[in-house]
Design a protein around this ligand. Structure first.
Ligand code: B12
Length: 485
């Protein structure tokens, strides 16, 4: 028996934990398992220890994203190891896929599965130490088994939804009153140097066929009265044909949807696909824009055909089709003049807002991702950047902030650079409160706008304490980049 744990990762809007749910699908009928979701369990330590003891679990599998989930994963894995040292611990997900050796050197993680676990986990549990994607300690050395070829997403087994009370995971969002999540592809065909997905999937992308996505979506609607779906794929829109077929299949089905994309991919879509997307329920798309500078995009290995001008065209085009763009930026990449780059990005964001005021803007501060092949990561290293050597060091408050891409350990960024980014973000969010925080009342939106307006108009972003006080303390403003919308 294995207990599969999704440590707490969000304070609200809990989504179905697809990582452990898809591992459950791979094990269903083959190997006994229990799923535990720390997002909903108020006393997860107790549930975990009791489950492992009562069900006599030999293994604990933990899904680990960086950030607060990592802190929980460390705490809970240590607790289990201390109470029951015989239990073998397996970590999977993005953090251990990128920091495999640090995890295995911790003394409390026995196995790491890098990338997809659907094939590797059943093999490991059947005792096969040659399982693909598996890493483990063998005496003093660490063994990294080769990666399996990309997962054929069409061969994946149905998710065992019956293992959860799905009702608890259907959220009210700006898309609909009963929003579910769905994952239809692994990886991404691009190799952006700041991106964990590129580092883990090395430019591979494998997507489920449109008809099975549509069938699954309709089944969720019929079974759980789902009326909105977030396609949480890293890059949902890779294939125009697939997108058009999904949109056609969902037309008139009462399901609004959202997904993540690259600006150039969607700029190359035809008008007829865009019309089909709008008619088929697509309401909002998240784009990785990253920067306003062609040189920075090149330094980031963004690839493709994206240019700064293209994104302005995209903002305009989406206005015509009535689909809201969420434009995400990575400010503060290593360069010779970080201050100049940040100011240029700020001007560019303002320009986007002029063209399409409904554009949502999401700002991250560049935090290096472990990606040895990427020149951007090499450059960060030249500036003296280093990841923590010990797993527990990730619990330091500074490294937690790093994970949330808010205050990184990045030597090329001085405190005034970070302040400039944060202050601008605060003023921008006040002037244009996000539509994704549906709890904000009309009067709260009006107060925020009033506070943000004069500062935004005059470009005076410095020390916006009054906004911070009102937004954080009084309204508990949610930042979509940390908790999702
Ligand atoms: C939904 C989501 C969230 C949700 C949480 C979801 C949840 N259920 O708890 C929210 C919004 C809270 C969130 C927040 C953050 N997220 Co997030 N999130 C995602 C997203 C969009 C989908 C995750 C998912 O369901 N995937 C579908 C499943 C099937 O895939 P999977 O999780 O990769 O699981 C497979 C393998 O990884 C592996 N596996 C996973 N776990 C395990 C465990 C074991 C034991 C084994 C054997 C295998 C295994 O097997 C699975 C099946 O093949 C991913 C992007 C993506 N498409 O994956 C980003 C992603 C994981 N998030 C990411 C990040 C960085 C964050 C944040 C830390 C920061 C931020 N600013 O975004 C925050 C903070 C999190 C926290 N509080 O700790 C990054 C991680 C990359 C990295 N740098 O390491 C991703 C990849 C987004 C990205 N492209 O950058 N996130």
């Amino acid at each position: 028996m294995i207990a599969l744990l999704n440590p707490k990762s969000a304070r609200w809007k809990h989504r179905l934990p697809l990582s452990i749910l898809s591992l459950g699908a791979a094990l269903e009928g083959r190997y006994p398992y229990e799923l535990i979701d720390g997002n909903l369990d108020r006393d997860v330590s107790r549930t975990l220890l009791r489950t492992i003891r009562d069900k006599n679990c030999e293994y604990l599998g933990v899904s680990v994203m960086p950030g607060p989930q990592l802190a929980e994963a460390i705490r809970l894995t240590q607790e289990v190891k201390a109470a029951m040292p015989r239990v073998k611990t397996i970590w999977g997900g993005y953090f251990p896929s990128l920091h495999t050796e640090v995890a295995l050197n911790s003394g409390f993680v026995d196995y790491v599965i890098r990338g997809e676990g659907d094939r590797a986990l059943p093999e490991l549990l059947s005792g096969n130490l040659n399982a693909p994607n598996l890493s483990f300690r063998d005496g003093n050395r660490i063994v990294h088994n080769p990666k399996a070829s990309a997962t054929d997403t069409n061969q994946l087994r149905p998710l065992p939804y019956h293992r959860f009370d799905v009702e608890k995971y259907l959220n009210k969002t700006c898309l609909g009153s009963r929003t579910a999540v769905y994952h239809s592809s692994f990886g991404c065909p691009f190799l952006c140097g700041f991106c964990a997905v590129a580092s883990v999937y090395k430019g591979k992308w494998m997507g489920r066929d449109a008809h099975s996505i549509v069938n699954d979506a309709i089944a969720m609607r019929d079974r759980y009265r789902v009326n909105a779906i977030e396609f949480v794929d890293n890059n949902f829109f890779v294939s125009e044909k697939r997108t058009a077929e999904v949109a056609e299949g969902l037309q008139g089905k009462g399901i609004a949807w959202w997904g993540e994309a690259r600006p150039d991919t969607l700029m190359h879509y035809s008008d007829s696909t865009w019309r089909q997307m709008a008619a088929g329920g697509c309401r909002m798309i998240f784009f990785g824009v990253e920067s306003s500078s062609a040189e920075v995009l090149e330094a980031m290995d963004k690839g493709g055909t994206q240019t700064p001008g293209m994104v302005l065209g995209l903002a305009h085009r989406m206005k015509q089709f009535g689909i809201i763009p969420e434009f995400s930026f990575v400010l503060g990449a290593p360069g010779d003049d970080a201050g100049r780059d940040i100011d240029r990005d700020i001007r560019y964001i303002r320009r986007i807002k002029e063209i399409n005021p409904s554009s949502e803007i999401i700002i991250y501060v560049y935090s290096p991702v472990s990606f040895d092949d990427a020149p951007l990561f090499q450059k960060a290293r030249q500036f003296g950047f280093e990841f923590p050597k010990r797993l527990v060091d990730w619990l330091e408050p500074d490294w937690m902030d790093f994970d949330l891409r808010k205050n990184p350990h990045t030597p090329w960024l001085r405190p005034e650079h970070i302040d400039r980014i944060m202050n601008f973000e605060r003023v921008l969010n006040a002037r244009f409160p996000t539509v994704s925080d549906i709890r904000l009342r009309a009067w709260q939106v009006a107060v925020l706008k009033t506070l943000g307006s004069w500062r935004y108009r005059t470009g005076f972003y410095r020390a916006p304490y009054e906004i911070r006080f009102v937004a954080n303390r009084l309204f508990k403003y949610r930042q979509p980049e940390i908790e999702g919308f």
